[in-house]
Ligand binder design. Structure first.
Ligand SMILES: [Zn+2]
Length: 107
């Protein structure tokens, strides 16, 4: 169970600021995963903190407790990671490709 360290209430998500139409922005609820001594969230690149450094004041203002509206942790360390998607293939994938091309020839 994770509690906001500012207001003490239990949280199951955080509010994350996203860019919206026409340069506006708005907060959306994002569920988090617990990770060792903290939490993590996976975000698309249109969140407002994307261009801020990990140690900037601005990035802390883009993530808020849904109850009190403050950054939910006393510690202000944030670590951002990019990750790569790795795709693996089943044994019959080549047969599937041939099957599709055969069908398109018939048409
Ligand atoms: Zn709070």
């Amino acid at each position: 169970m994770i509690k906001c360290e500012k207001c003490g209430k239990e949280i199951e998500c955080v509010k994350v600021d996203y860019f919206l139409y026409g340069g506006s922005d708005g907060f959306e609820s994002v569920p988090f995963e617990e990770h060792k001594n903290g939490i993590y969230i996976d975000l698309s690149l249109n969140w407002c903190g994307y261009e801020f450094d990990e140690d900037s004041e601005e990035i802390l203002d883009c993530i808020r407790c849904p109850h009190c509206g403050k950054y939910p942790f006393i510690d202000t360390e944030i670590q951002k990671y990019e990750f790569e998607r790795v795709v693996m293939f089943k044994q019959n994938c080549r047969d599937d490709i041939r099957g599709e091309s055969n069908e398109s020839k018939k048409m």
